[in-house]
Every structure is written in C-alpha cells, then in structure tokens.
Write a protein that binds this ligand. Structure first.
Ligand SMILES: NC(=O)c1ccc[n+]([C@@H]2O[C@H](COP(=O)([O-])OP(=O)(O)OC[C@H]3O[C@@H](n4cnc5c(N)ncnc54)[C@H](OP(=O)(O)O)[C@@H]3O)[C@@H](O)[C@H]2O)c1
Length: 286
C-alpha cells in the first residue's frame, strides 16, 4: 500500500509519518509531501505530483491553521483549506486513490449543548471554519472515495498548540487568565495518527469524528497541566467574551465519537492520559 501524506512536516503530518514508518511493514510505502515539496494550492503541481507517485491512499494534513490570521488572510486561507482539497480530490480520482481529509470542530457554531455528531448541522463562525467546510464539500463533490475526519483541539510535539503555549507562559508568569466557557476535547496527535491508521486499514468512508475521550474547558486543561507539572500558577477565570481575538470560535467544540468507537471497537484514551503522555515526552526532551 502506497500512502502519500501532504503537509507531512506539520504537527499531525509528522506523527502520522513516524507511526507508519515505525510499523516497518514491507508492504507499506510512505511518500512524504511537505509544503516545500508540494504546495497544494498549485493545481498543476498537485496533479503531476500525485499522478507520478500513483498512491493508493492520500492523507491531506496540509492546512492554513492559524485561526486568527485566516480572518485577514482570507484568500490564502481559502486557497489552502478549500481549493487545495479540491485539487487533491481531482488528482486522487484520476489515479483511483482514496482521500483522507482532516477537518475540524470549527465547522460548528458551538451553540449546541451536547457533543456534535457527524450529521449535526454545520454553521462555522470563522473564516477558518468556513474554508475548512468548503474543503469538505469540495472533497464530497470531487472524490469517488473519501473519508473526512473531524477532530478538535490538537496538541503534539511538532507544532503550535494550547498545552505548549501554557508551558511557555508558565516559564515567565505567576498568574494567568484563562477562558472557562470554551469547552472541547483535547486530542493528542500521536493518538489521532493511530486512529487514522486504523480507519485507513478498515477502508472507512464518509465523515467520522475522532478526538480523545472526554472534554474540558481551556481553564481546566491549563489547570491540569500546571498541576501535573507542579507549577504554582494562579489562574484567573475569564469569560470568552472578555478575551478579545480576531476570530469567533465555538464555545462547545465537543465531538461525539460513537461512530468511531463502533467502527474500531475501541474508545480513544481519556484526554487526561493523553496530556500526561505529552508532558512526559516533553520532559524527557528537556
Ligand atoms: N491544530 C488544531 O487544533 C486542529 C484542530 C482541528 C483540526 N485540525 C486540522 O488538522 C489538520 C492538521 O493540523 P496541524 O495542527 O497538524 O496543522 P499544522 O501543524 O499547521 O500543519 C499544517 C501543515 O500544512 C502545511 N501547509 C500550509 N500551507 C500549505 C500549502 N499551500 N501546501 C502544502 N502544505 C501547506 C504547513 O506548512 P508550513 O508550516 O510551511 O506553512 C504545515 O506543515 C489540519 O487539517 C487542521 O485543519 C487542527
């Protein structure tokens, strides 16, 4: 099986490449396509790159992920998050490859009181969410065979993320203000990579939510990290309405992962265990 990964040097892309390579499966060939090797906004380049490698599976981990910058860099965000997936879908169709697209909880408005299922009504609040939803639609309209994986609040060892920011802020601050009314399921990218591999092997199609089990507020996540690290930081509760940022984000970002659990026969580990694994690995690097 030949698997081509776009955006392969991003936070998720790196962990997925590492996981697949670690399997040492002689029947598995991993083709890495980092941004510098393939810009997914260039239609002809996408077509030539994909047809020359003839992959069986393409996992699109490339995206414009700076949510606030998407508000001002609208064209760039649209090109990467909406047009890129369309070009990849068309090239995948030509060579008969199945396309796995990574999408986001930000396709929802977060006004619901319970975790979002795959069928719930989308209504993005931000340019990031709107462009990612357009990417989903392009894939649905231009692919013969696809899987869209919606995930949330990613953290890992190779990119910008909330736990990494908390560790950085803890180095220079004794007191921080963190939002209490934004709720989500933190998801560890090595765990997401494992779930993706399982879904790929099972030939899953359609839309599937994937996140670590359980949910928390940004405040609770920060509190858990500082406690686990034995950092004495005073955290002041802050309402999201008091935290001014360019993009509007959903207050309820939780995803219902029942479909994933049924398909794979197992549940992702709880977010607290995933955060512990992350912190232990970070400590061992320092
Ligand atoms: N991070 C989250 O909290 C979160 C939550 C839910 C869903 N997701 C989704 O999960 C996926 C992986 O996210 P991530 O956190 O791993 O993102 P990331 O670390 O920002 O990685 C994205 C990768 O895409 C590359 N890229 C950007 N523009 C490109 C282009 N025009 N052509 C090719 N590659 C390009 C980036 O390269 P450069 O660095 O060189 O630009 C980077 O390597 C994305 O689809 C994202 O929307 C993320």
């Amino acid at each position: 099986m030949k698997i081509l990964i776009t955006g392969s040097s991003g936070m998720l892309g790196t962990d997925l490449v590492d996981l697949l390579k670690a399997s040492l499966d002689p029947n598995l060939e991993v083709i890495e396509a980092p941004h510098e090797a393939l810009d997914i906004t260039l239609e002809d380049n996408v077509s030539v790159f994909i047809s020359s490698h003839t992959p069986d599976i393409i996992v699109n981990c490339a995206a414009y992920t700076n949510v606030d910058k998407c508000e001002t860099e609208r064209e760039a965000a649209f090109n990467v998050n909406a047009l890129g997936p369309k070009y990849i879908a068309a090239a995948a169709k030509k060579c008969g490859a199945r396309l796995i697209q990574i999408s986001t909880d930000f396709v929802f408005d977060g006004n619901g009181n319970s975790p979002y299922t795959e069928e719930d009504q989308t209504n993005p609040l931000s340019e990031y969410g709107r462009t990612k939803l357009e990417g989903e639609r392009n894939i649905q309209n231009h692919s013969d065979s696809y899987l869209i994986v919606r995930t949330s609040w990613l953290f890992g060892h190779n990119g910008v993320n909330f736990p990494a920011k908390m560790l950085e802020l803890a180095e220079h601050n004794k007191e921080l203000s963190i939002v209490t009314d934004e709720i989500g399921s933190p998801t560890y990218t090595p765990d997401l990579a494992k779930a993706l591999w399982t879904l790929i092997k099972q030939g899953s199609e359609g839309i599937i939510n994937v996140s670590n089990d359980g949910y928390c507020s940004r405040y609770e996540l920060a509190e858990y990290i500082f406690e686990a690290m034995c950092y004495k930081i005073k955290i002041n509760p802050l309402k999201s309405s008091e935290y001014k940022r360019p993009a509007k984000v959903p207050l309820n970002s939780t995803l219902n992962c029942q479909r994933l659990n049924t398909i794979t026969g197992e549940q992702m580990r709880p977010w607290k265990e995933a955060v512990e694994a992350y912190l232990n690995k970070q400590k061992s690097h320092n």
